[in-house]
Design a protein around this ligand. Structure first.
Ligand code: ATP
Length: 501
């Protein structure tokens, strides 16, 4: 597995993702999506919308506002409890998430000789063991090191705070006890800048769905079980945004609240959601064996939640959450019914009974999906050059569903007007349906290579045979580099079968 810097470098070089405000030195936790990035991101979002809204009879869409009534965030529990444990290093002035700062007691044959600390990472165990060995050498201790057992800083006892070294300085004594840090960004609405004007940028899209649930129930002929889907920006003032776009402060979510009867068999519906979401990831190019499930143990669930399973993906920095699929009971609707004073009950015609529906909540980050798609697509191989010698190439094996450009059109030569004219005609025809690229400059092999690097699945070359003989074009497959002749008339339907799945 390559590391994140490879993906980051490629994103910068090819115009997928830039650091926000880069000419001003960047702005930590914020990113811009360049010309190829915005296409990839839009394709991911539209594939999701197509599969979870258009192709289902039981889900409708919503686009709620980002800034909502502040009481929504009081009722949902976010004002009081949407926080991460934070720890400061008084010396370096660095901040860490306490649950991502790991420490271990170091002992030699039972005698404690000190502590080591590391930041959460795929190889943090090895890092901690190396630090423990360094500490033992530094103190010139003889004997065998005992097993190093890492715990996160939220598990440190108060008497241990002063003994655990700061990951910034390597020295103990400067870490504060962990304290809660609310992740919501605050702003003011209207001309006054006092407490009464405080509002929040939404930290998740889900609450907009609950707030509009009644409107949708009253206007859309939906019957349980049904879902409301939303794609939109969310904002979290993350203490330590890191791992490129994996954890940022402004990101997008694709969320569904799937409302079900309290009498429904939620376990089998939850299982079906997990399976459907995994299938969807495979449909956009994530290999099935890169996905796994992390079932939250009962004791770690919120008091109202019945179950939660994360779908995890092998990111360059380790196996991490891509999507959370929670069974939340009727907690949110109950809270909003109580706080707003509006009746949010559903009338079950069959049972002749009113109740608040329960929900299953598949919650997915667009940016994390984007990173997973790039990670899965990146590869290097060797193909024969035009001279027949093996040549290294970097390619992005995007599924045609999400590839930024679906095809590139090349006139074999640019000094033959009939060829160029035909190539432009093919390009314009395809352009009416998809985002396609036209490239007339450079040797054909170089032009193929440039498209391989940005993940364009099909290369279409218009050559002498196209204009002089049968009107067919050469269609080159990005992954196998195999070429076949396809007639111009069949080109659209041929491509459509592969792209519009
Ligand atoms: P984490 O534990 O990684 O902070 P979370 O469990 O708080 O995530 P949720 O609140 O369940 O995340 O959010 C749902 C989804 O939104 C996540 O699975 C992830 O894909 C995405 N997401 C959450 N926080 C961020 C972030 N800071 N940057 C990018 N995507 C995010």
């Amino acid at each position: 597995m390559f590391d994140m810097s490879v993906i980051e470098g490629l994103c910068k070089r090819r115009g997928f993702v830039f650091r926000s405000s880069e000419i001003y030195g960047g702005f930590n936790g914020f990113f811009d999506f360049g010309p190829l990035g915005v296409e990839l991101k839009n394709n991911i979002k539209s594939a999701w919308w197509k599969d979870f809204v258009h192709r289902r009879e039981d889900i409708v869409g919503l686009d709620a506002s980002i800034i909502m009534h502040p009481d929504i965030w009081k009722a949902s529990g976010h004002v009081a409890g949407f926080s991460d444990p934070m720890v400061d290093c008084k010396e370096s002035k660095m901040r860490f998430r306490a649950d991502q700062l790991y420490f271990a007691k170091v002992s030699v044959e039972g005698e404690v000789i000190g502590y080591v600390s590391v930041l959460e990472d795929a190889d943090m165990q090895a890092q901690a063991e190396k630090k423990a060995l360094d500490l033992k050498r530094h103190l010139a201790k003889q004997g065998q090191l005992d097993k190093i057992e890492l715990f996160d800083y939220t598990h440190a006892r108060p008497d241990e705070y002063a003994l655990i070294p700061s990951p910034a300085t390597g020295k103990p004594g400067s870490l504060t006890p962990p304290r809660d840090f609310n992740l919501m960004f605050q702003t003011y609405v209207g001309a006054l800048r006092d407490e009464t004007a405080v509002a929040y940028l939404r930290p998740e899209t889900a609450q907009g769905i609950f707030a509009d649930y009644k409107n949708i129930l009253d206007t859309s002929r939906v019957k349980l079980p049904f879902g409301i889907a939303q794609i939109g920006k969310a904002f979290r003032n993350e203490i330590t945004p890191r791992n490129f776009i994996f954890r940022s402060r402004e990101f997008e979510q694709m969320e569904i609240e799937y409302f079900i009867s309290p009498y429904e068999d939620w376990k089998s519906l939850h299982r079906k959601w997990i399976d459907d979401c995994k299938k969807w990831f495979v449909s956009i190019g994530l290999p099935a064996d890169s996905l796994s499930e992390d079932v939250h143990p009962q004791e770690k669930l919120a008091h109202y939640a019945k179950a939660c399973t994360d779908i995890t993906f092998k990111f360059p920095h380790g196996l991490q959450e891509l999507q959370g699929i929670a069974v939340r009971g009727n907690f949110d609707l109950t809270q909003h019914q109580n706080a707003s004073g509006k009746n949010l009950e559903y009338f079950d015609e069959e049972r002749k009974e009113k109740y608040l529906p329960h929900v299953i909540e598949p919650s997915l980050g667009v940016d994390r999906t984007f990173l997973a798609v790039l990670t899965a697509a990146y590869c290097e191989d060797e193909v024969p050059s035009e001279k027949g010698t093996p040549e290294k190439r970097t390619l992005l094996k995007f599924s045609p569903r999400v590839a930024p450009y679906k095809a590139a059109v090349f006139p074999l030569v640019k000094n033959k007007p009939e060829i160029v004219e035909k190539a432009r005609a093919v390009y314009e025809k395809l352009q009416r349906r998809w985002n396609v690229f036209y490239d007339a400059s450079g040797a054909i092999g170089r032009r193929y290579r440039r498209q391989d690097e940005i993940g364009t699945p099909f290369g279409i070359t218009i050559d002498f045979d196209t204009v002089e003989k049968d009107g067919s074009v050469t269609l080159r497959d990005r992954d196998t580099t195999k070429q076949e002749r396809v007639s111009v008339d069949e080109l659209v339907s041929y491509l459509s079968e592969k792209i519009d799945v």
